[in-house]
Design a protein around this ligand. Structure first.
Ligand SMILES: [Fe+2]
Length: 317
């Protein structure tokens, strides 16, 4: 497989696992195309054409040094110049795959946050409320990204002649789908928060994270509290949503949410809304999603070298 095929495989896997389902993602892309057609010639010049095909603009091919068959990849959660130098030092690395967005992908992180509206709607929050509250939060995230040196790592990859891509939301979709399916399957056994916590602790990535003190934890609620309706609203969709959403989630009947991480402000709002919060773990949840994609590469005989926090677990038997 070449870099472009690996990237497309990530996008396709992300679409398969998307809360909006394939039809919903197609509708999203169709709307982008319709909007593009209506633009003036000048506006078309500034338009990011990739957005007509790629529903996850936080995921990109950032550099192709040599368009060749990929046999060995270095994969990490955060790729910085140090990891590019590491690839050079290891030698024989055909491609580096990052999880978190870089370069153009990082600049476009707010684009994937709309997905959260559909996820919230899936769990019963009216779409108008989700869209209204997310709009504010999306523009806040966009302004926050302005300060960043987007191209630092990409420039290093270019200078050292190393191919680089990242897969963020496609892999977060895979992690969210994995957890959603597991919760559905175990629904009858998930009465209290301690049951949910114990279920998460069985997942190999979280088991590994527990060894370094980064395993799943209850952030809001007590082990003996009842879960109620469990929602996977904070695993995919770019980054944290609006803190004002917890009250709306409670009204929509959600009792417990599973997230990757949570800020103090969000935690306080969840507490005030009596929503239980179980934090599965950030890098371990990122690893889970990456692993589900990396298994596809392993099946195609690509050697994977994990770095930068990636807990590599293969599910190929
Ligand atoms: Fe992450």
């Amino acid at each position: 497989m070449k870099t472009k095929e690996i990237f497309q495989l990530a996008i396709n896997k992300g679409i398969e696992a998307d809360f909006r389902e394939k039809e919903g993602v197609e509708r999203f892309l169709k709307r982008k195309r319709e909007k593009y057609e209506k633009l003036s010639e000048k506006e078309k010049e500034e338009f990011d054409l990739e957005s007509l095909e790629n529903p996850y603009l936080d995921s990109r091919i950032l550099h192709i040094a040599e368009d060749k068959e990929i046999k060995k990849v270095l994969v990490g959660i955060d790729i910085e110049p140090a990891e590019i130098l590491l690839a050079k030092e290891i030698g024989g690395i055909d491609l580096i795959i990052a999880h978190h967005p870089l370069g153009k992908g990082l600049a476009h992180l707010p684009d994937v946050m709309d997905l959260q509206c559909d996820v919230l709607n899936y769990y019963g929050v009216p779409i108008n409320i989700a869209e209204g509250l997310m709009k504010e939060r999306i523009s806040e995230v966009a302004r926050g990204l302005n300060v960043i040196n987007h191209q630092r790592t990409v420039d290093t990859a270019k200078l050292l002649g190393i191919s680089l891509m990242n897969s963020h939301t496609p892999c977060d979709n895979l992690a969210a789908k994995f957890l959603k399916d597991l919760i559905k399957k175990e629904k009858d056994n998930l009465i209290r928060l301690e049951n949910l916590l114990n279920l998460l602790k069985e997942i190999p990535e979280y088991k590994e994270a527990m060894k370094i003190g980064a395993g799943p934890k209850i952030f809001v609620g007590e082990p003996e509290r009842k879960c109620g309706k469990i929602a996977i609203t904070e695993i995919t969709g770019g980054t944290e949503g609006s803190p004002k959403l917890y009250e709306k989630m409670a009204t929509a009947g959600i009792g417990t949410i599973i997230g990757m991480h949570i800020s103090e402000e969000h935690k306080k709002e969840a507490e005030a809304a009596n929503i239980n919060v179980v934090i599965a773990g950030h890098i371990s949840s990122d690893s889970l999603g990456m692993n589900l994609f990396l298994d596809e590469l392993e099946k195609r005989d690509i050697e994977i070298i994990p770095c930068s926090g990636l807990i590599r677990i293969s599910r190929i038997s």
